[in-house]
Write a new protein. Structure first.
Ligand code: CAA
Length: 379
């Protein structure tokens, strides 16, 4: 409970917590084992209106604020971080991009379908040769008649197999550097769209991650998002918002690992008493709790700045780097508190630890967040 939560925030938290802890929890274990997202989970996200959280009501969304979205991300990721990243990419990157930069026709066609959960959004920025150096992309988009023709490949695309609409960054003018990048709305049914290989990942195994190849992929001109040449800025702005979602996901993972550790420490007996009675364990739990609370404040601060219409780029980078590193630290300690059992699949903390790692990598590594922060404070 937070002092600034409204009744709506509290009700939303209860609703999502109830779903996550009763329905999603058992499925999350199976999804991790099978390395795929179950369609029934996507169906429930749709029924619970979690696929259009911040979309305006006029396009069929909930019209909720970013703090609500952060609450959803934390509660879902506490139980299943894979489901968290699907919600994040769809809501902040895909729906966020259409809401902020889409034409009215694009909103009517795609945003309404995304908000209703009839389409699932994906985001294609990273390439084999351009990760942190995102603007150095090779994928091209050549205008030809009433189409653009895309050539190149993107990697690490969350839900590449299941998503039905991708925001794709490509170089529409090779001579203009960063200002030659544009964003295109691409459907898998478009000619020349090829689903590449799936990644076999350490964590986040409850959702798919694919390579996507564009071979003379024909994208109608009306599927240009925003103006030609504005693509890099559009993606950077979307990542400001996306990073709040990933920070909230990392917070959820850390909070889940903390909860599991407190419970275990009270139950596990050694030397004739619960290990929670030993100061060595108490201090670990105290540090875990403090870091989780600090991460929560940074996440909520970034979300509330966005809700207030203020610049939140710096706050988002700080929330992302701090929450991600907290998740990694807390989950590692959670495994330690669980001892040998923590290292087995019989307890959830080993999954939390595997899932936490990528929050330090995707949507901008911790090093890139520090670069963004340093650039902002140094001017
Ligand atoms: N908002 C608006 N504009 C921005 C911006 C922002 N947050 N950040 C940069 N820009 C603008 C700059 O102002 C500049 O515009 P002008 O030329 O008009 O001044 C332009 O963009 C270029 O900026 P830079 O010179 O700073 O660009 P750069 O090439 O040096 O890159 C970077 C900056 C921060 C390193 C950036 O490349 C970056 O964020 N890299 C990380 C990429 C990343 O996060 N990838 C995530 C992949 S998606 C993913 O992981 C999704 C998933 O599946 C979970």
């Amino acid at each position: 409970m937070s002092l600034y939560f409204t009744d709506e925030h509290n009700m939303l938290r209860e609703m999502v917590r109830q779903y996550a802890q009763t329905e999603l929890a058992p499925l999350s274990i199976e999804m991790d084992k099978e390395h795929r997202m179950f369609p029934e989970v996507l169906e429930r996200l749709k029924e619970l209106n979690l696929l259009g959280i911040m979309v305006d009501e006029q396009y069929g969304g909930v019209g909720a604020d970013m703090l609500s979205y952060a609450i959803v991300m934390e509660e879902i990721s506490k139980v299943c971080a894979s489901t968290g990243v699907v919600i994040s990419v769809h809501n902040s990157l895909a729906c966020g991009g259409l809401s902020a930069f889409g034409s009215e026709a694009q909103k009517q066609k795609y945003l309404t379908a995304c908000a209703a959960g009839e389409m699932l959004g994906g985001f294609c920025l990273t390439e084999p040769g351009s990760g942190s150096d995102a603007s150095n992309m090779s994928t091209t988009a050549e205008p030809q008649g009433d189409h653009y023709v895309l050539n190149g490949s993107k990697c690490f695309v969350t839900m590449g197999q299941e998503a039905s609409l991708f925001l794709v960054a490509a170089r529409s003018d090779r001579n203009k550097g960063v200002k030659g990048i544009s964003v295109f709305l691409v459907e898998p049914s478009m000619e020349g769209f090829i689903l590449g290989q799936a990644e076999d990942k350490m964590g986040m195994r409850g959702c798919s991650t694919h390579e996507i190849i564009f071979r003379n992929c024909k994208v109608p001109k009306e599927n240009l998002l925003g103006s030609e040449g504005d693509g890099f800025k559009i993606f950077m702005k979307l990542l400001d918002s996306g990073r709040v979602g990933i920070a909230a996901q990392a917070l959820g993972i850390a909070a889940g690992a903390l909860e599991a550790s407190v419970k275990y420490a009270k139950e596990r007996q050694q030397f004739g008493k619960p290990i929670a009675s030993f100061q060595a364990v108490q201090w670990i739990l105290a540090d875990m709790h403090t870091k989780v609370e600090a991460a929560r404040h940074l996440v909520h601060n970034a979300a509330r700045l966005k809700d207030a219409g203020q610049d939140y780029s710096l706050a988002s980078a700080m929330a992302k780097v701090f929450a991600a590193e907290t998740a990694m630290w807390v989950t590692t300690k959670a495994v330690q508190v669980h001892g040998g059992y923590g290292y087995t699949r019989g307890y959830l903390v080993e999954r939390y630890m595997r899932d936490a790692k990528v929050t330090e990598i995707y949507e901008g590594t911790s090093e890139i967040q520090r670069l963004v922060i340093a650039n902002r404070i140094l001017g």
